[in-house]
Design a protein around this ligand. Structure first.
Ligand SMILES: [Zn+2]
Ligand SMILES: [Zn+2]
Length: 297
């Protein structure tokens, strides 16, 4: 098969666009989608990039560093060490390779040093706890390094799953908060890979030779997400563009709703933004502590 744009050999057929693309045109297509997403925000000063070492964040970091290094924007990669033996250690090795190659600043922050917690030692709900603590820690470190914006590696598949999960649960509040305007104390988020399908992110990483960690976290991401993921992967080949339609559709709904930034207070314990008296991470840490005390008795 030949590329529909230049007749070089194709490396990919995009069913949703109907195009065969060669390597060069595939790279250009991914980079165009990333640029378009990033341009929705005005990025200056310091841009933090959440960087796990996996394919998504490695591709995001690599393209963003290319895009901004000549524009006077400093990139800081932030890696969260959750304390998962065997998984994070290896991921840190490939992360170190990429930051050295790109020459970007790198901050590693661990749950142990900030929260005195290792995910390894949790008895229950490790993914929920991990997700909340990771979000909170990324926000804190992004503020510490003076970043106005934090880029995360969520790809089209992740986003489509999240949107559909919230619809299926009827959780409209959370749905409307997915793309919230910046609020005091919370660093603005961008998702550069929001419209790049997961398979294409992987192909991009491989064809560009970007060092990535292939280790998956051994804690599963949740049964419901896995179910929604397989439903979407069944639908997509039969109805090309389903994932895109879900994500784009929500964006249109959000554009139609009047979005007044909801008021946030400050956590009584740590001072970070909070909806209730305590922020989510302090609440979760308090829960862990009291269970720990019970067990010690
Ligand atoms: Zn081509
Ligand atoms: Zn707090």
């Amino acid at each position: 098969m030949k590329c529909d744009k230049c007749s070089a050999p194709a490396v990919l057929f995009q069913r949703y666009s109907g195009l065969h693309l060669c390597k060069a045109h595939f790279f250009a297509d991914v980079e165009k989608k990333i640029k378009k997403e990033v341009r929705k925000e005005r990025i200056e000063g310091t841009l933090a990039v959440a960087f796990s070492g996996g394919k998504d964040s490695a591709v995001a970091l690599s393209v963003l560093s290319d895009l901004f290094s000549r524009r006077g924007v400093e990139i800081v990669a932030i890696t969260v060490d959750e304390g998962i033996a065997g998984y994070r250690d290896k991921a840190l090795e490939s992360a170190a390779m990429l930051v050295t190659e790109l020459g970007v600043r790198w901050q590693v922050a661990s749950f142990e040093e900030y929260f005195d917690v290792r995910v390894d030692r949790l008895d229950e709900r490790p993914c929920t706890v991990c997700g909340i603590l990771r979000r909170s820690l990324l926000n804190r470190v992004a503020k510490t390094v003076g970043a106005s914006t934090l880029a995360t590696g969520h790809n089209l598949d992740d986003e489509a799953q999240t949107v559909l999960m919230n619809y299926l649960r009827g959780d409209i509040d959370r749905l409307l908060r997915l793309d919230h305007p910046a609020k005091e104390g919370l660093v603005r988020r961008v998702k550069p890979l929001k419209y790049v399908p997961e398979k294409e992110v992987a192909l991009y990483a491989v064809l560009k030779g970007i060092p990535i960690s292939l280790d998956e976290c051994r804690y599963s991401a949740g049964v419901f997400r896995a179910e929604v993921r397989s439903v979407l992967n069944e639908l997509e080949p039969k109805h090309a563009g389903t994932k895109y339609a879900l994500v784009k559709g929500l964006e249109r709904i959000l554009g139609l709703t009047r979005r007044e930034p909801f008021q946030l207070g400050h956590c009584l314990q740590c001072g970070e933004p909070a909806v209730k008296a305590l922020c989510q991470s302090c609440e979760i840490l308090r829960g862990l502590q009291s269970r720990g005390n019970e067990a010690a008795k």
